[in-house]
Structure formats: C-alpha cells, structure tokens
Design a protein around this ligand. Structure first.
Ligand code: NOJ
Ligand code: CA
Length: 700
C-alpha cells in the first residue's frame, strides 16, 4: 500500500477507535466518553448538552491478594447496543416505566497479568449514566479481595452539595447544604451523636449525593443494585473537586470478597438542568433486574397506624417493666410488676385496631410486644430477643382473632438489637410464627452496634444479611420494612416485598430535638433516589410535650405540611404516625390521610428545588383521583399548581387543605383552612404556603 494511504488508514482506524468509545443517550443530550490514559488507566467523561458534568475520571479497583485492576490495560473489544423496553412495577410512582438506554461494553485486558481481563459496562439513559465493573469467569481470575474501589467522579467546580457525613453505621444525620469546599470545615458539627456511628474522613460523604453546579446543572451520584458488595461512600479531594469511591470495610478492614464471575453494583450519575427531572428519574430502578418472584399477588401497598409515636415521645414504653437488668429466660414476667406504661397491651392494641378499621387503614404496627426490651437499649448483648415470646399483657391469639374480625392486619416488629447472627438463628421460627398468627409484614430494625463486633451496618456481610432476610421473608409471603439497614439502591424492582426502608433521619427525630424545616425538601433528592422511605408522617400534635411534658421537642412543619408529605415522600407503605386521640380532634384534616392513595398510575413533578420546595401531583392507581402535595422550607412561598394532567374537558372537585393565614411551623403550626373548588385541566392555582408549611389537595 502507498505510504500516505497507509497513514490515512491508520489515522482513520484511530479515529474510529476513539469514536467507538463514545456513546450518546437516546435523546443525544448526554455523551459518555471512555478512554485509556497513559499506562493503560481506564477513564471516562460525561457531558450534558455539550457542558462537562464529569471531567476525565479514573476507574479501577485495588486488590489485596492478586494484582490490582488499576492500570496496564489495553482495550481488546468494544460493543455497543441499544435497549428499549417498558415494564410495570408491582407498586410504584407510575404504572409503566420505560427502560431506554444506549450501552457501551468495553473489554480491558492486562497483558502483564496473564491476559487477565475485566469489562466495564456503561448504560447511558436520557437522564443519566450507570456503569459497573464485571469480572468474567476465566482461567486467571477466581477469588480476590477488594482493598478499595477507586472510581472517580471529577466535578467541574465547587458545586453546592446536599451532604451527610460519610459513615459506615448511620444515615440519621441532618443534611448539610454547603459548597464542596466547605465540607471539611463543617464536618465536625455535622457529626451529631448516634448510638452507632463510624465516620472515616473529614471530607467523606454518603450517597445519594445531590449537587448543583454554579451554572444550574443538577447532578445526583448514587449506586444501583447493591448486592454482595460493600456500600459506597464518597471521599472528596477538596482542592480538585474529585469525589472517589470509599467502600465500607469489614471487621478486619477488607472491603469485599469476590469470586468471578461477578460484578460491582452500578455507579449512577443522574443529571439535568431541571431539578424536577432528578425526582422523575427511573434510572436506578432500571439498572436493577426484573423481579425474581413468580407470584407477586401477595405484595400490596399498606397504609397503617401504630403503637409507636407514643413510645417515641416517651408517653409510653416498649418495655413491660422498669427492671434494668432483666435476664431473658430467668425473669418470669408473669410475676414481675408492670410499669403501668406499656403501650403494647391487648386492650390498647384493640383500640388502635378499632381506629384503623373505622378509618379504612390496612394495618396496625405494634412495637414492644415481645420480651426483652428492658434488657437491651444501650447495651451490647448477643441474645436479647427471640422474636416469638410476647409480654404477659399481649395476647397474640386474641389479637389475631380480633384484628381479622375487623379486616385489619397487625404489622410485626423485630428489633434485632443489631445482633444479626441471633436474628438469623431465629428467622425461620420468627417468620413461621408470623404466618401462624396472621402477620404478613414486618418492620425490622438494627439499632446500635452490629454484633458480630467490628462489622458495620453497610459492609458486604450486612448487605448480604439484609437481602437474605428479604428473600427468606418472600418464602413466607412476608413484606419487609427494614430500619437502620443499608440505604436502598432500587432493589425493590427485583425484590418487591422490600416495601420500605428507613436509612435516613425519619419523623422520630422530631421528638428527639427536631428536623430542619428544609429536611423533607431535600430527602426526595437524596435518600429517596434509591427507593421509598418509611418516613412516618402525619404528626398533627406538633408539640411533643402534649404527650410527655418532659419532652420539649416540636415538629418543624405545619400540620398541612404533614399532609403534603403523603404525596411528596413517595412510599407504598405510609403511616399515619400520630395518636388516634389526636386524629379524632382533627377529623376534617385527617380526611386527606384517609383518602390519599399509596400506589400510583402517574406522577407529575410540578416544581422542585432541593432544599427549598417540592410540588408533586399523582394519579391514584386504577382510580379517577389525583392527589397533590406541595411543601416548602422555612420560607413562605406561592406554590404554582397546574392541572394539565387531568383529562381534557372534564370538571373535577378539588378539596384544598391549606395553611391558615397566620400559620407557621414555629408559631402557629396547627392553623389550617379547608375549601373546595372546581378544577379542569386548564386551572392554574396560586396557593400561599406558610413558613415550614404546605398544601395538600385531593381531586375527584
Ligand atoms: C428505630 C426505629 O427507627 C424506630 O422506628 C423504632 O421504633 C425503634 N428503632 C425501636 O426499635
Ligand atoms: Ca431509626
């Protein structure tokens, strides 16, 4: 071949080669570029509408026992493909979800390590990127131990961040809003005390991390399908604004035990110039596998009340006695003097069942029903609960009969006391006990340090426990709502009996000193990106001292804001957390909680700004009903509520639950006004929302 032609051909090949490693999203807004840098280091870049989102960022993993997956790579194959399919979740924010992406699969070979190879799979959706490491089965790769994953997210500047201190054992912090460069200075104050906590770096933060760039790009970083791997936090290089993965270690400092064929979870970057698009994103769910269950007919959204807030506020107790050191199995509770404040007694639970039945709730959660509570809190003991032995004043059989006669379920409560091995030992017996006594849902909890000691709530070992628990529950057709477990990563697509998680600072903190008024305007952009939260809204008695004079905490929202949360905080499991005696005094406002759906055909994010406000309209599943919720932070505002999603040409009646003229979260939280108006798809409503307030609307 002529020499110049040969050069031209080579150049063409090189160009093609580079091009082959660039893909765009189906709508062409996002571009992903994969490139090997000097010494064969894999990197990627992401841009949105020609604006850089992630600058050249390194990919790779450091291992403990075999050579690392960091450099020395050559690209030995690339494949591109497109996927476009719609699927229907068992429950969710919308009836149908479109899973549409362009994919790039890169095979990377390390010649110096006996031709060992890995793959990196990139999926580019219209609203974001997911990528993961894959370790195919091969002669020269079998077991390996992860020392650290070194996935970088190189940001373009000192973005505003909505962050929680990075911690291996708790997510129950207030979100701090600051520039990235301010994290180091604000870290110490952000680490508020918790019964289990392990921070790791002065610039370490948790995911989902919500960011906003100076030029108005909204960026969310998280992970999807966290299975058999440690939960990822992010460590910030605050000179260069590079975030890097930081995995949760186990008791001896290792970060993952792997055996090929295997893969990492997906690393996700959702991006848009509109905040509402972040909330509407289904990328994390789409990156999870379709459900593994053949029969899902037993999985149903739940609206519930519970013997709960009265303990949280200190009005009553979980424990039956006041004994400090009851030794389980030794103390005979039937001969022990009760403390007179035990919430979970048969008569009292029946009152809740009556209230649930009368007001159309599906279930009643009962905590503190089983023996052991005296012997637990603040102590670290292997064997506290057996999950089947009730206190003498809690009649399991009679309550089963009574609840069934009223068409109400009781929700089981398993406080594991963090003793995971003890829980696993009892799990089958505990689930059998549930089935025998008519329970089909369990709230579990992992308060305190994990036992075995040294393990962390978010390490691989615990991640595996939580999923074992969920799949084991499925064998018994039981739904799970796990508190203090790892933050969700969209696994409910695959395992839809995972109907709830806490994994953030819930309503309970309103009785432990309070949540900031902007708290619930941030959570949907952070914690809820991975899945629903059992936030337990609905507190109407905003002064906790009304229940317990010694508790001076107050709820940092108006009463109407509490109503709006049923729409803005999506969950298929919604609690009306306050006491029946209080709801009975506010029956007109309570009507909204009675009416509101917990499963949806459609969701419209009408307006949103993290830390400031959120307005969402949703259509109830299989019903001609819509529910709208709008919340604000401490700043009053006018909510702009449109109705274009209503069928054209039809007129509906809207019931508007609004803050009273003089309402505010700190001075007059219980002031509200209810009115009815006619609406059509053309109606535009400008509704005043108070400081810490909201508006809730039902449309029929
Ligand atoms: C913490 C949970 O979040 C809370 O809801 C529960 O009541 C307590 N643990 C007791 O287990
Ligand atoms: Ca908790």
């Amino acid at each position: 071949m002529h020499k110049t032609l040969l050069v031209a051909a080579l150049m063409l090949h090189a160009v093609l080669f580079v091009k082959a490693q660039e893909i765009t999203s189906p709508d062409k807004n996002l571009t992903l570029k994969f490139e090997l840098k000097d010494n064969g280091v894999p990197t990627y870049q992401l841009s949105y509408k020609q604006r850089p989102v992630i600058k050249t960022s390194k990919l790779g993993l450091e291992t403990k026992d075999v050579p690392s997956f960091l450099d020395g790579f050559t690209v030995t194959n690339t494949e591109q493909s497109t996927f476009d399919e719609s699927w229907n979740p068992v429950w969710g924010e919308q009836k149908t979800i479109r899973n549409h992406y362009n994919e790039l699969l890169v095979t990377l070979t390390q010649k110096s390590v006996q031709d060992r190879y890995i793959r990196i799979r990139f999926r580019l959706f219209n609203d974001g990127l997911g990528f993961r490491y894959e370790f195919p089965s091969q002669k020269n790769l079998n077991y390996f131990i992860i020392k650290e994953e070194h996935t970088q997210f190189a940001l373009t500047g000192d973005h505003k961040a909505f962050w929680l201190p990075g911690d291996f054992d708790t997510e129950e912090y207030e979100t701090v809003t600051s520039n990235l460069s301010e994290i180091r200075g604000k870290m110490k104050a952000a680490v508020t005390p918790n019964v289990s906590q392990t921070t790791f770096s002065p610039t370490g933060v948790q995911t989902p991390l919500m960011l906003k760039s100076k030029d108005g790009l909204y960026i969310n970083i998280h992970e999807a399908a966290l299975i058999d791997y440690s939960c990822m936090s992010l460590n910030l290089d605050d000179k260069n604004f590079i975030l890097e993965s930081f995995l949760t270690p186990d008791a001896i400092g290792d970060k993952g035990y792997m055996q090929a064929p295997t893969q990492s979870p997906w690393r996700t970057i959702i991006v848009s110039d509109k905040a509402a698009d972040i909330l509407a994103s289904k990328t994390i769910l789409n990156l999870n596998e379709p459900t593994k269950y053949k029969d899902v007919s037993w999985i149903k959204p739940i609206k519930y009340v519970g013997v709960w807030w009265e303990m949280i506020t200190g009005k009553s107790t979980w424990a039956y006695t006041d004994l400090e050191n009851v030794q389980l199995g030794i103390t005979d509770y039937s001969k022990t003097k009760p403390n007179g404040k035990h919430g979970a007694n048969t008569q009292h639970v029946k009152e809740y069942i009556d209230f649930a039945a009368k007001n159309g709730f599906d279930a009643v959660l009962v905590e503190g029903w089983n023996q052991g509570w005296e012997d637990w809190f603040g102590k670290t003991k292997d064997y506290v609960f057996d999950f089947v032995t009730p206190y003498p004043d809690f009649d399991v059989k009679e309550l089963h009969r009574y609840a069934a006669s009223k068409g109400v379920k009781i929700i089981m409560h398993h406080e594991t006391s963090g003793s995971v091995r003890n829980y696993e030992r009892h799990l089958d017996t505990a689930y059998k006990f549930m089935v025998e006594n008519g329970y089909n849902a369990v709230k579990s909890g992992y308060v305190g340090q994990i036992i075995p000691r040294g393990e962390h709530h978010y390490g691989q070992w615990l991640v595996n426990h939580y999923l074992y628990d969920i799949t084991k529950a499925a064998e018994y057709k039981i739904m799970v709502n796990a508190h203090e477990a790892v933050r969700p990563t969209g696994l409910s697509r695959t395992y839809p009996n995972l109907i709830g998680n806490e994994a953030a600072r819930g309503t309970e903190y309103e009785a432990f000193g309070g949540n900031n008024p902007d708290h619930t305007t941030i959570l949907p952009f952070t914690r809820l990106m991975g899945g629903p939260m059992d936030y337990t809204p609905g507190i109407f008695q905003t002064r906790v001292s009304a229940y317990n004079p010694e508790n001076k905490s107050f709820v940092h929202t108006t009463l109407v804001h509490q109503l709006a949360l049923y729409v803005t905080m999506y969950s298929p499991l919604q609690m009306a957390a306050d006491l029946p005696e209080t709801y009975n005094k506010f029956m007109d406002a309570f009507q909204f909680i009675k009416d509101v759906a917990v499963d949806w055909d459609e969701t419209n994010i009408l307006e949103a700004e993290p830390g400031d406000y959120i307005t969402i309209a949703r259509k109830a599943k299989n019903k001609e009903e819509w529910y709208i919720g709008s919340i604000t932070d401490e700043n009053p505002r006018i909510a702009n509520i449109t109705f274009e999603y209503l069928p054209k040409g039809k007129t509906y009646e809207a019931t508007i639950y609004a803050d009273g003229k003089d309402a505010s979260y700190d001075k007059n939280p219980q002031s509200y006004a209810i009115r009815k108006i006619k609406v059509t798809s053309k109606t535009v409503l400008k509704q005043k929302v108070a400081s810490g307030g909201g508006v809730a609307i039902s449309v029929k």
